[in-house]
Design a protein around this ligand. Structure first.
Ligand code: ZN
Length: 326
């Protein structure tokens, strides 16, 4: 799906069905997940991380991921992404037909041991095994493989994570054969200056092609500021979740990922094209609200769009943009 950026400036990658659902204890029925994903795609979302191939015992919320991936693949023009904790998960993701698989590597080794029960070296072994799996496939069946540098901006267990360490881990992931690395502020510790500095360092070490996206949490309210910093640097993919579904059990009232609706409003009002219909997107919340009792967040959904607001990446209150060709 190399044409995924066709006609848009920013790819909003929806992670609610994975990150959102894994962070709440309610289990969303499979039928509701399918309705949710369908409605997101109909609103113009082009990439959705639909689940995670972890043992159902660990995350019963995501036990139906294989079925969801198979279903999502039938939706035209949708890039279907899934998280995998290891080579076994990757095998299942490939069998189900995921277009993109992401393996999280915690920059904090303490977090890695807690999250995946693996040291960095053990995770690298899984990465190598996944690359071998992918290479054995015919070229047109190979999923895009991203190594996500999680806890890249700090860790609830280790505290500060040095930037140089994150860069080194990224180098190793690319050397092993990942198509791309991603940055993830798993803990909501990042600030905009840190985001800029990290992107600069990774690009300097690995080249611009190696990093195009970032996964941001809004735990401390800096989510959109961090997204803007990443955008100004030149990243083109931003992860978010509808209604900021999720949250953190250790930060009461804190939403999880940045809120898709607020992100889309910000981008659209700045004159950037996302391909997403904000009015349709806002209605998708009803599906989630009907299926799980957990709170949905978002300022734009609460306040509504400004009076007279016209969607479509035209900019709002900006002088009319001159196209380069003019
Ligand atoms: Zn996350």
């Amino acid at each position: 799906m190399s044409d995924i950026m066709h006609g848009i400036d920013v790819l909003v990658s929806e992670v609610g069905p994975r990150d959102g659902l894994q962070s709440i204890s309610s289990i969303m029925p499979t039928a509701a997940k399918k309705d949710w994903i369908t409605a997101l795609a109909q609103a113009g979302i082009r990439e959705i991380e639909v689940g995670s191939f972890v043992p159902p015992k660990l995350l019963p919320q995501l036990a139906d991921t294989a079925e969801i991936v198979q279903f999502a693949r039938t939706i035209p023009h949708l890039q279907v992404a899934a998280l995998v904790p290891n080579a076994r998960g990757a095998e299942n993701a490939i069998a189900a037909g995921a277009h993109k698989i992401t393996l999280p590597l915690s920059a904090s080794e303490t977090h890695s041991l807690k999250n995946l029960r693996k040291t960095h070296e053990q995770v690298f072994e899984e990465v190598a095994a996944i690359v071998a799996l992918i290479k054995a496939l015919p070229a047109d069946k190979r999923p895009h493989f991203e190594g996500s540098l999680s806890t890249a901006f700090g860790c609830t267990l280790e505290g500060m994570v040095p930037e140089a360490k994150v860069v080194k881990l990224g180098e190793r992931l690319m050397a092993l054969g990942c198509d791309e690395v991603g940055l993830a502020d798993t803990t909501g510790y990042a600030n905009p200056a840190q985001v800029r500095s990290m992107i600069k360092s990774i690009w300097a070490a690995l080249g611009k092609h190696a990093l195009t996206g970032i996964h941001i949490h809004n735990t401390r309210g800096l989510g959109l500021a961090n997204a803007l910093a990443a955008l100004d640097m030149g990243l083109t993919t931003l992860d978010s979740s509808l209604g900021g579904l999720g949250g953190c059990p250790f930060a009461p009232g804190a939403s999880g990922n940045i809120v898709t609706e607020d992100l889309v409003f910000m981008l659209d009002s700045m004159g950037l094209k996302t391909g997403i219909d904000l009015a349709k997107l806002l209605k998708v919340r009803d599906i989630v609200t009907a299926a799980v009792p957990d709170p949905m967040y978002g300022f734009t959904p609460d306040a509504g769009v400004p009076k007279g607001y016209v969607q479509g990446g035209h900019g709002w209150g900006l002088p009319e943009r001159k196209l380069a060709a003019e």
